[in-house]
Design a protein around this ligand. Sequence first.
Ligand SMILES: [Zn+2]
Length: 209
Amino acid sequence: MISAVDALARLRDGNRRFVTNQSAASTTSTHARRAGLLAGQEPFAIVLGCSDSRVPAELVFDQGFGDLFVIRVAGNIVAPSQVGSVEFAAARFGTRLVVVMGHSQCGAVAATLEELLGRTTTQSRNLRSIVERVRPSVETLLSGRGKMDPDALMHDAVRANVRASVNHLRHGSELLEGLIIGDGLLVVGAEYSLESGVVTFFDGVPEAG
Ligand SMILES: [Zn+2]
């Protein structure tokens, strides 16, 4: 299995191809590639992203069958089943890079902001469980600040939510903590821009990367 740093470089390269319209999807998503993976998989990165239809991890990183172990949930939140999914891939396949990827204009973050600003309330108990997980980091962001430009607020809220998920993965699992300390597992935060297609890695990225 490749190292976290190499995996990160591979994702950066893939995103660069995607942004410059040089995607290699026609060679990485073929039937031959699918058939070649029947005996097993070795995904080089785990991506926890949002369910938003505009943010498909494989496409924005220009990857194909067998490359990424992807968990998608509205607001890229971390609940026990997401931690379990990351644990599974890290332990089973030896994958050493975990990316939490938020994105601009995230509906789950926007809904949480609206609620914290007193403009709406979420009725569904199930939907509430998502908003409640986004809430703490966004709440902290709002406290102690004066009136903020709505766009700047949204931008900061998306990143605060990503950081919260990254932290949860780093410290919410003994198994993952052990792999981080002793086996080179890296958990990083990233933001995808709907406007440009660029993924910016901003949390936990090694200096050299
Ligand atoms: Zn979203």
